[in-house]
Write a protein that binds this ligand. Structure first.
Ligand SMILES: Cc1cc2nc3c(=O)[nH]c(=O)nc-3n(C[C@H](O)[C@H](O)[C@H](O)COP(=O)(O)OP(=O)(O)OC[C@H]3O[C@@H](n4cnc5c(N)ncnc54)[C@H](O)[C@@H]3O)c2cc1C
Ligand code: FES
Length: 284
């Protein structure tokens, strides 16, 4: 159903924005780990985006997206007061959350915002939540203040050392794990190479590691097979069996290959979108 954008925040101008949507039916049911699928207009593709936050009392859900290709570029043309044609959710299996002790939530890039709802769920369950967040530079680091509001520790890394420790999230994660044998789980959300590196970092420690897979999705309800991933040698559908899986069991090589399957078409689509915007950007 058409869904109104109540607020838009340009987190990284032109690259990443946050939208607060008027979606009481989704907000009432949304749990950490859920996502939604939206279609901007009747020419648009269906794209999955994580529910970064939900407020059942206000009837709102928050999404944060990286402007990557045609659909996210089209979404970026919308402003507060505009409507998105279809928003479907909440979808996916919610994060398994129980009180287990110390949980480290690792987020990279836009994945930091997606990880935020999961970290909040663990904090509400009474876990000691450590957020390990990283970006190339300070200006690209998302949700530091939001995570600081409820996480017990927020450990920052930047590639250039402009904020926090210079280096990658995996180096901070390794040190934190080495210093604390009580960590019960590590959750990672971010680019596939980052989640793969997190899984390899935690493997020698034998700590449960959950990753949120961003495979290509179409229907989001387990019918089309587009989101097929291999986990522990078995075929799973990320939209209904996930998107969260045991990071030590995921076939990341296959996931990378499938994510790149339509790269040529995506490039052409984005080029045509920019050409069409000269005529009427909201109908591109
Ligand atoms: C469960 C889930 C949650 C996600 N949450 C977020 C989020 O919170 N914020 C965010 O910025 N991104 C998120 N993504 C990724 C987001 O869906 C893609 O970036 C988006 O679909 C790109 O569309 P595009 O047309 O702009 O780019 P395109 O040029 O079409 O594609 C760019 C790349 O995005 C990926 N992609 C393309 N279409 C899809 C699709 N239908 N489903 C999944 N991936 C696709 C492919 O790797 C592709 O190479 C999530 C993906 C999944 C599966
Ligand atoms: S998106 Fe179609 S089966 Fe998962």
């Amino acid at each position: 159903m058409p869904t109104t954008i109540l607020a838009k925040r340009r987190l990284i101008p032109g690259k990443t924005s946050e939208l607060v949507l008027d979606a009481p039916h989704i907000a009432a049911k949304a749990q950490p780990g859920n996502f939604l699928i939206l279609r901007v207009n009747d020419h648009g593709e269906r794209i999955p985006l994580t529910i970064a936050d939900a407020d059942p009392e206000k009837g709102t859900v928050t999404i944060v997206y990286l402007v990557l290709g045609k659909s996210t570029a089209l979404l970026e043309t919308l402003e507060a007061g505009d409507a998105i044609l279809d928003v479907c959710g909440p979808l996916g299996a919610p994060t398994h959350i129980e009180k287990t002790g110390v949980v480290i939530c690792v987020g990279g890039g836009t994945g930091i915002a997606a990880m935020h709802h999961i970290a909040k769920g663990h904090a509400r369950a009474g876990n000691h939540v450590v957020a390990v967040i990283g970006a190339r530079t300070k200006e690209l680091l998302l949700f530091h203040d939001e995570l600081s509001a409820f996480c017990h520790e927020v450990l920052v890394t930047t590639d250039d050392g402009s904020m926090g420790r210079k280096g990658l999230v995996t180096e901070t994660l390794r040190d934190r794990l080495a210093a604390d044998p009580t960590v019960s789980e590590v959750v990672a959300v971010g680019p596939v190479p980052m989640m793969r590196a997190v899984a390899e970092t935690t493997r020698p420690f034998g700590v449960k590691t959950t990753v949120s897979l961003n495979s290509i999705m179409v229907d989001g309800i387990g019918m089309c097979g587009a989101c097929r991933v291999t986990v522990g040698g078995q075929i799973r559908f990320a939209c209904v069996d996930g998107p969260e899986f045991d990071g030590h069991q995921v076939d990341f090589g296959e996931l990378c290959a499938r994510l790149g399957a339509f790269r040529d078409q995506e490039r052409v689509s984005l080029e045509k979108f920019h050409e069409c915007r000269c005529h009427d950007h909201k109908k591109a």
